[in-house]
Design a protein around this ligand. Structure first.
Ligand code: HEC
Length: 151
């Protein structure tokens, strides 16, 4: 009987690399989740910059999008209290302004989040299937205006 050939070195090496990168991916997802529990913010998402921030009328277009998609829950000034949600966040308060970079705002809008309280669910809907990426960034420009003069 012949002995099975030893596993070629390259294959062993590949598995190590794959396992190593998996650990890194899991660690970065956990890191992001620890900072924004429940929200899906991909690695590097916090640092992403708005591709439409230099577009002259971005905030004006963002306002129109905000009025049609967000006001019903977040209210006209983004402070919450819209007719369709008791739990929509105040998008303008200092703590949130501190925590939510424009990249974080984008991914919160893009991926949404659901809040489970007892038997009821209060959704921040995901907008990735309702808005294009540019539209979502445009709405983020308007959220930044709502924060003004606080930044
Ligand atoms: C159906 C109601 C509803 C609609 C429509 C809605 N939101 Fe929300 N939003 C919520 C709720 C509820 C939360 C709080 C979710 C949580 O904290 O888990 C929230 C949270 C957020 C947050 C995160 C706040 C934070 O600091 O964590 C942002 C940003 C946001 N909404 C922006 C928007 C924008 C922009 C739109 C329009 C494109 C929008 N939302 C539309 C209900 C809504």
């Amino acid at each position: 009987m012949t002995k099975a050939p030893a596993r070629p070195y390259s294959q062993v090496c590949c598995w190590r690399v794959a396992a190593g990168s998996l650990v890194l991916v899991v660690a970065s997802i956990c890191g992001a989740a620890a900072q924004y529990p429940g929200w899906l913010i991909p690695a590097g998402g916090k640092e992403e910059k708005s591709p439409v921030s230099s577009v002259a009328d971005a905030a004006t277009k963002g306002k129109a999008l905000f009025l049609s998609h967000c006001v019903r829950c977040h209210g006209p000034e983004g402070k919450g209290g819209g007719p369709d949600s008791e739990y929509a966040a105040d998008l303008t308060d200092d703590l949130r302004t501190e925590l939510n970079t424009e990249g974080v705002l984008f991914y919160k809008v893009w991926n949404g989040h659901s809040v489970q309280l007892r038997t009821e669910t209060f959704d921040m809907p995901a907008f990735k299937d309702k808005l294009s990426r540019d539209e979502a960034w445009t709405v983020v420009e308007y959220v930044k205006v709502l924060r003004t003069p606080r930044r």
